[in-house]
Design a protein around this ligand. Structure first.
Ligand code: FES
Ligand SMILES: [Fe+2]
Length: 424
């Protein structure tokens, strides 16, 4: 065999006026660099996806983080200052003072608002200027100056912000799983819920979000590759399907249990950033007792915040255990390579995944559904409409979630309406 035959067809180059024949044997040289779909991943004001996101309320901090000391926060690519004035009101304002631009991070929080350290202008939580100590009569026109601000709502220990147009501000949504708590129950916030450890990841929010409609990875990543991270019943190969709803997408996974019952597990995504993922350790059966938000800090950073309802005498969901009984934080670099989890695989897709180079397959149908629906909503907002899931009716009832770990008899379609903790 000659050397050129050994290399494959085509010889070593052009002969005479014959153009070189391009060999495509899949090697990396000359490949497309790829690009992402901006309609899915961009979060800044003025981008189509950023404008859709700005029609909803988003978690921006824990209630406990709003204090008399100004705090830097970042949401949808905007740097903001969070504080709680002496009257208990939460303020969320642009850092740059509307007078001459120093930052309110060094401001002094007072009874009625935050006072700029440079010339002392005082701003209420809605940005209205209350005092201009260097001006005649402390600012005859002060009420006409306004520090750029955003409205906030506190809900179960979390501060939510609305960063969109004033005339399209929806009522703050509530969720049925957090209504009507009994005396022996409480709601806690978990920030280690996602990624198997850290609450924040250096990647775009959408690749974290769509993961909730990827039930196949539970079987591979969290079982075959990284060991038995969840309840052994999740290792039974399920029948998987996805359902499109006006408000989001659900994934159903049915597993035939040894006792003849069926584990009907439903995960849920709601436009734009909500995911309801019933606990994979199966310590909670019935309707889900938790939901979470994949919060876009900016295009390159995501924070996941989970809200959990539970009996007061039960511990909140523990950190996932990786190999050798270690948590994500206890693994060294080799440990992360040998036992990767959600953090490694989602961050591993890159700061923003490159949609154009993906090879979506049949098992990615749920991911495709989430993307299509999000892009539809982006177009609705871009053409002047209101997106799904917003309401302007103060009497709007709480949103009813579908997600859960439902153990049912075969053919039984009735689903529990409450959660129950079970002994393991
Ligand atoms: S820069 Fe803030 S009061 Fe002057
Ligand atoms: Fe996962």
């Amino acid at each position: 065999m000659t050397e050129s035959q050994a290399r494959g067809a085509g010889g070593s180059g052009p002969t005479g006026d014959q153009p070189a024949e391009r060999i495509d044997d899949g090697r990396a040289y000359g490949r497309s660099r790829g690009s992402w779909d901006p309609g899915l991943v961009e979060t800044s004001a003025g981008t189509p996806a950023g404008e859709l996101l700005r029609r909803y309320w988003h978690p921006v901090a824990l209630s406990s983080e709003a204090t008399g000391l100004p705090r830097r926060v970042r949401l949808l690519g905007e740097d903001l200052i969070l504080f709680r004035d002496g009257g208990g009101r939460v303020g969320l304002v642009e850092p740059r003072c509307c007078h001459r631009g120093t930052t309110l991070y060094y401001g002094r929080v007072e009874d009625d608002g935050i006072r700029c350290p440079y010339h002392g202008w005082l701003f209420a939580v809605d940005g209205v200027c209350l005092d201009q100590p260097c001006e005649p009569d402390r600012g005859r026109n002060r009420a006409s100056y306004r520090q750029p601000w955003y409205p906030v709502q506190e809900y179960n220990g979390v501060i939510f912000a609305y960063m969109g147009p004033a005339d399209r501000q929806p009522v703050f949504p509530r969720y049925d799983i957090f209504e009507d708590l009994r005396d022996d129950e409480e709601i806690v916030i978990l920030d280690h819920f996602a990624f198997g450890g850290p609450s924040e990841a250096p990647c775009n929010w959408f690749q974290t979000h769509e993961n909730a409609m990827d039930p196949y990875h539970v079987f591979i990543l969290h079982n075959a590759i990284s060991g038995h991270q969840f309840d052994p019943r999740l290792e039974i190969w399920p029948r998987i399907d996805w359902q499109r709803h006006p408000w989001g997408v659900t994934a159903s996974q049915d597993r035939d249990l040894p006792d003849g019952n069926v584990l009907h597990r439903v995960t849920e995504i709601r436009v734009p950033t909500i995911r309801a993922i019933p606990t994979p350790t199966l310590t909670v059966l019935g309707k889900t007792n938790n939901m979470s938000w994949a919060v876009p800090i900016d295009d390159y950073r995501t924070k996941v915040l989970a809200m959990v309802r539970k009996p007061k005498d039960r511990p909140p969901q523990a950190l996932p255990v990786y190999a050798e009984g270690k948590s994500w934080f206890e693994l060294d670099e080799e440990g992360h390579q040998r036992y990767p989890g959600d953090y490694e695989t989602q961050v591993g897709q890159g700061p923003i995944t490159l949609h154009s180079t993906e090879r979506l397959a049949s098992s990615d149908r749920g991911v495709s559904m989430v993307r299509h629906q999000f892009l539809e909503q982006v177009r609705i907002v871009a053409s002047g409409g209101d997106p799904v899931g917003v309401s302007f009716d103060p009497g709007e009832p709480p949103v009813s979630l579908r997600a859960g770990n439902y153990v049912v008899a075969p053919g039984d379609e009735s689903l529990a309406t409450e959660y129950s903790f079970v002994e393991q």
